[in-house]
Design a protein around this ligand. Structure first.
Ligand SMILES: C[S@@+](CC[C@H](N)C(=O)[O-])C[C@H]1O[C@@H](n2cnc3c(N)ncnc32)[C@H](O)[C@@H]1O
Length: 438
């Protein structure tokens, strides 16, 4: 499918890319926080943990009323009749009768959890296709069929429902699942998987992305993905989103190769590729402390643009190479959450401060995970002041500063998913408890 057949807003253009077939470039200036494009899901399915807690049609989690069960299978839940009718017409009519026997079948039960999700998504996709009056004329379906297949051919899993698709058709559908489907989240908690063909067709991956996907849930409609600009994007710039968490500093390259079939050449990967061998972090507490202090100092001095954005390793202190080992970040976040949980707030704040520095180094500006972490740091500082001395100005100021930064970062991403709760609401609640900055 050429870019002229795709229905694109005037602000976006599909161009050729040296390794990835195509890339999506901007024809305009997007300011941070602006919506680049809004795309409906072709189909979506809920994670097992969300079944019965979210509506199977619109994927919302209603706060005010219990969900109602499908009286046919008793395994699908809906907000109301409007959601149920919408889902019945677009998908469930083809699955309702067989769903329970399918889920209980030994073939389905023998699948791993992620394979079960793919099997359900493939079933939902086939059911949706079977119910479309003219699937060949449907732009979302033709966009899906134009997607690049993944690097390895995998036998499609068993499906629910007996629609007339040939083995070759099923293989062709399934070959596009691994490298094109999305995990959907509400307030950054994953609740399901979805197919958003136009998003898959447009956006390549970068570990230093200038955009990110969030999800909008509306009663009796499919979930929508909104792609949001994380920073100012200029005309002619490629728009990229992260396919996985850029903090997976070592494992990400393997996933790109095996699941997506490419080698990432972004500035972050260029930087990591140029620093040589990355040593294990030291085990000794004093050594770790000195490295953490050096990291915090380096990030304070580096200004707005990190070495992960320039891709240049000159001037990066050899002493800090070990912070680029994935285990450094894993251990730090574990220490931060465990200590916060156990009420050891001073220990948590120390780990949290180093983690903030590391996030600022490896993530692009305004990356939502930095904001989410800063909110946790602010909560920890507040809890510490409540535990020790509620009039402690230094702790109050620490909490306020972390909260102000968290708010500015998370406002760029904006709210997503369920309309109630969420980090921006938590920021407002905590802000009401704190005194103004001194
Ligand atoms: C979701 S599609 C992205 C759109 C794709 N470029 C196209 O023309 O349809 C994912 C596939 O695009 C390619 N791709 C995405 N990001 C890439 C990158 N940074 N470098 C090289 N190839 C990439 C890989 O083949 C990957 O499996």
């Amino acid at each position: 499918m050429s870019s002229s057949v795709l229905e694109l807003p005037e602000t976006l253009r599909l161009e050729s890319h040296p390794f990835a077939r195509n890339q999506c470039t901007s024809t305009t200036t997007f300011s941070p926080g602006s919506t680049i494009i809004s795309i409906p899901a072709l189909v979506s399915v809920l994670l097992p943990a969300s079944k019965g807690h979210r509506c199977d049609a619109c994927n919302r989690r209603p706060s005010d009323q219990p969900l109602k069960r499908c009286t046919g299978c008793a395994s699908y839940w809906y907000c109301d009749a409007a959601c149920q009718i919408f889902h019945w017409k677009t998908e469930h009519r083809k699955m309702c009768k067989d769903y329970n026997a399918y889920c209980a079948s030994p073939r389905f039960q023998s699948l791993q959890e992620h394979e079960k999700m793919d099997a359900l998504l493939l079933s939902a996709f086939c059911a949706h296709m079977a119910l479309l009056l003219e699937p060949d004329e449907n732009p979302s379906v033709s966009t899906f069929l134009s997607l690049l297949p993944g690097p390895t051919e995998i036998e499609p899993p068993p499906r629910c429902g007996g629609y007339a698709f040939s083995a070759d058709q099923l293989k062709s559908f399934y070959s596009r699942f691994g490298n094109n489907n999305f995990s959907m989240h509400s307030h950054f908690n994953v609740f399901g998987h979805g197919i958003f063909p136009l998003a898959s067709r447009l956006f390549n991956h970068s570990c230093m992305p200038n955009a990110a996907a969030k999800y909008v849930l509306t009663s009796s409609q499919s979930v929508r993905m909104e792609v949001v600009a994380l920073r100012k994007i200029m005309p002619g710039e490629e728009i990229c989103v992260p396919y996985l968490d850029p903090a997976l500093l070592q494992t990400r390259a393997q996933v790109f190769e095996l699941t997506y079939g490419f080698t990432c050449k972004c500035t972050s990967c260029t930087f990591l590729g140029s620093v040589g061998r990355i040593p294990n972090p030291p085990k000794d507490g004093l050594e770790l402390k000195s490295i953490s202090t050096a990291l915090e100092h380096f990030v304070r001095e580096m200004g707005e643009v990190s070495v992960f954005q320039t891709g240049r390793s000159e001037g990066f202190p050899p002493q800090l190479l070990c912070v680029l080992h994935e285990t450094f970040l894993c251990d730090l976040s574990e220490r931060f959450s465990a200590a916060s949980h156990e009420g050891l707030y001073d220990v948590a704040l120390e780990a949290g401060t180093t983690l903030t520095a590391l996030y600022r180094l490896i993530y692009p500006p305004n990356y939502p995970q930095i904001g989410m972490h800063l909110l946790e740091v602010a909560k920890t500082a507040w809890n510490y002041s409540v535990q020790t001395d509620p009039t402690d100005k230094a702790l109050n100021n620490l909490a306020q500063e972390a909260l102000t930064l968290a708010r500015s970062i998370l406002t760029v991403f904006g709210s997503e998913g369920d309309e109630y709760d969420g980090p921006l609401v938590e920021i407002q609640t905590l802000s009401n408890l704190l005194s103004p900055l001194d």
